[in-house]
Design a binder for this molecule. Structure first.
Ligand SMILES: Cc1ncc(COP(=O)(O)O)c(C=O)c1O
Length: 379
């Protein structure tokens, strides 16, 4: 029996289109794009085209795309790339950021922006925290444990006002907005200027593309300090021979996600609603975390007085794969900082599982999952 996979927020199977797009770069087009003979120059041209296609997906210029090995690297480049230039300044991050934003932020002076019970940052708390030393604000687009969508446009409007006010006082420290959009691409618009962001991290591994593929959008006019020094690739921001296969797979995957976005959002929302209503019917004590403003694919479910590790393993044995919190925090025996930030106590957090849906999820999968959950919780 094939297991039902409900951990798409951790990893997605690759789309055949993405696999096919990568294939030539492992064999006949293996050349280093920086070499000067004709065959290599044609690979360089293809890399330029890939970059332009990626940029088009987010309404950016090709020169604003820095290819990285996934979102962790993109987040580190965004945070450290700015903060190393302004060592006396401060960064604000939401309390529910992924570790790949929190950990680099922790290398500098930083404060956390609190969230409400639904995982949404509290805008007036954000404006109170901004001071004349704040140079960077990082708020994710979609939270990986709750699915909560952050109000990026409102945040960017608020930042625009603060910038104006700084200028009027002759204060010249810049103020940048970064978003980690790693969980957003299959369901939400990623247009950088509509979101109003200066930097945005994307990864292919959540988009049915290859793992360790991704990019950081960096708005023209911004300067960053590189993390990786060497041969000067990626406009000096990320040295090393370009992984054109990964970039090609990422591009095909992102284009496909954009084409399917509307349809998949509607379909996944229905599946999520089915899951939530069925589980509440059968296990009335079940609680859904994260409020109404949520991406369609993530369900954070608390079943009071259960042990999430145990239930996850029993579900695995019963043929359902889900997660305890996020894959990253699951490896540590600490309750999730995201669930703590929305006010769940330790015991409740340890009774919480994450189910994340994707392209291959069907309503039969949902019914089977709810049936197994009910059996395990009630026995
Ligand atoms: C919100 C968020 N940011 C960043 C990452 C890290 O991405 P990557 O594994 O591509 O480095 C993840 C992956 O779990 C994520 O969910």
């Amino acid at each position: 029996m094939k297991s039902i996979y409900l951990d798409y927020a951790a990893a997605t199977p690759m789309a055949p289109e993405a696999v096919a797009a990568m294939q030539p770069y492992f064999s006949e087009k293996f050349y280093n794009p920086s070499a000067t003979y004709l065959a290599a120059r044609s690979v360089r041209t293809e890399l330029n085209d890939i970059r332009a296609r990626l940029a088009a997906q987010i309404g950016a210029r090709p020169s604003e795309i820095v290819l990285t090995a996934g979102a962790t690297e993109a987040n580190n480049l965004a945070v450290q790339g700015v903060m190393r230039q302004y060592p006396d300044s401060e960064i604000l991050v939401s309390a529910v950021e992924h570790e790949s934003v929190l950990a680099p932020a922790g290398l500098f002076k930083y404060q956390e922006i609190p969230v409400d019970g639904q995982g949404q940052i509290i805008l007036n708390k954000l404006s109170n925290l901004v001071n004349d030393k704040t140079v960077l604000i990082s708020v994710m687009l979609v939270n990986n444990e709750l699915g909560a969508i952050q109000p990026l446009r409102e945040i960017s409007q608020l930042i625009a006002k603060i910038r104006q006010e700084r200028i009027s006082r002759g204060q010249d420290l810049p103020l940048y907005l970064h978003t980690d959009a790693a969980q957003a691409g299959n369901y939400l618009d990623l247009h950088a200027s509509r979101l109003g962001v200066d930097m945005m991290s994307i990864n292919g591994g959540k988009l049915y593309g290859p793992k360790q593929s991704g990019f950081l959008f960096v708005k023209s006019g911004m300067t960053l300090r590189p993390l990786i020094h060497g041969g000067g690739q990626e406009s000096g921001l990320r040295a090393g021979t370009e992984n054109i296969a990964a970039a090609a797979g990422l591009t095909a995957a992102l284009e496909l996600s954009a084409a399917l976005r509307h349809e998949e959002s509607a379909r996944t929302t229905l599946l999520r609603e089915l899951f939530e209503s069925e589980i509440k019917k059968r296990v009335p004590s079940a609680q859904i975390n994260g409020g109404r403003q949520r991406a369609p694919h993530i369900i954070s479910l608390t079943i009071p007085n259960t042990d999430n590790e145990r239930l996850m393993m029993e579900l695995d044995e019963a043929g359902v794969q889900c997660a305890v919190g996020s894959a990253c925090s699951a490896s540590r025996d600490e309750p999730s900082h995201v669930l703590a930030a929305i006010g769940l106590n330790d015991k409740t957090a340890r009774s919480t599982l994450r189910f994340s849906l994707g392209r291959q999820t069907t309503d039969t999968d949902i019914h089977k999952t709810v049936k197994e959950m009910t059996r395990l919780v009630k026995h």
